[in-house]
Design a protein around this ligand. Structure first.
Ligand code: NAD
Length: 237
């Protein structure tokens, strides 16, 4: 039975990806930082499918010791989806150092921790797929989202570099740079801001979590020769 670890799976894109992999028969290992009750509901939904086991962990993705402790309970993984992430909206000059560290550690350092710990298992299997969740702001930079953009830009080059390191070992490393996906992460937008954003998206709408999960699934099932890519899925934004 194939195995997948998805970080930040209590809601949004991570939750939908977890449901998709579980539906396809993967054993799922899911994490969250502070929302274990929500994650338990995801597990209940997966258990009700009756397809494959689901294991949940309250594990702060930016705390290396916690992640290492969790990995002691994981088998070698087939797929890792580095999805946990936070946004920060505001002017850079008003951002505190603690807020900067929080964004960079959650969105970027967490990828180092998970990858460092999952690679030995993938090497032992002779195969693996690492999928890092990025953003269009990591490609282009977004106003009022400097730290977030820097963290996702880091994710993009982390992905390209690690892909080169792991290609000889049949482990593919790719990122998906999503545009605006309709999740709680965009919950701070009021109706007018939401509409203004939609007006800028050629597809005329936000993406759905189902579309995001489908993209993650497709990438997990692509040939390993597809590696080191930042696949942008943004409705043309
Ligand atoms: P969300 O806020 O709905 O979900 C985020 C998930 O990450 C939650 O399950 C949360 O518990 C988890 N999380 C946050 N900090 C964590 C930590 N320290 N340790 C473990 N888990 C943690 O957000 P979403 O929209 O589903 O975003 C998922 C990913 O997609 C993020 O990396 C985000 O940057 C990226 N993304 C989202 C959008 C969008 O428009 N929604 C666009 C581009 C990229």
């Amino acid at each position: 039975m194939k195995t997948v670890l998805i970080t930040g799976a209590s809601r949004g894109i991570g939750k939908e990806a977890a449901l998709k992999f579980a539906k396809e028969g993967y054993t799922t290992y899911l994490t969250c930082s502070n929302s274990i009750y929500q994650l338990k509901e995801v597990k209940d939904e997966i258990d009700a499918m009756g397809k494959a086991p689901c294991y949940i962990f309250q594990c702060d993705a930016k705390a290396y010791d916690k992640v290492a402790e969790m990995f002691q309970n994981l088998p070698p993984l087939d797929v890792v989806v580095n999805n946990a992430g936070i946004s920060f909206y505001g002017l850079l000059q008003d951002m505190t150092v603690a807020e900067w560290d929080q964004v960079l550690n959650t969105n970027l350092s967490s990828m180092f921790y998970t990858c460092k710990l999952c690679i030995p298992g993938m090497l032992s299997k002779g195969a693996g797929r690492i999928i890092n969740i990025s953003s269009i702001w990591g490609n282009d930079g977004g106003s009022f989202e400097v730290a977030y953009s820097a963290s996702k830009g880091g994710v993009n080059t982390f992905t390209k570099a690690l892909a080169k390191e792991l290609a000889p070992s049949n482990i593919a490393v790719n990122a998906i740079a999503f545009g605006v996906i309709d999740t709680d992460m965009n919950g701070h937008l009021d109706a007018n801001e939401r509409q203004a954003l939609i007006d800028e998206i050629p597809a005329g709408r936000f993406g759905t979590t189902k579309e995001a999960a489908e993209m993650i699934w497709q990438l997990a099932n692509s040939p390993a020769y597809l590696t080191g890519q930042i696949i942008t899925m943004s409705g043309g934004f």
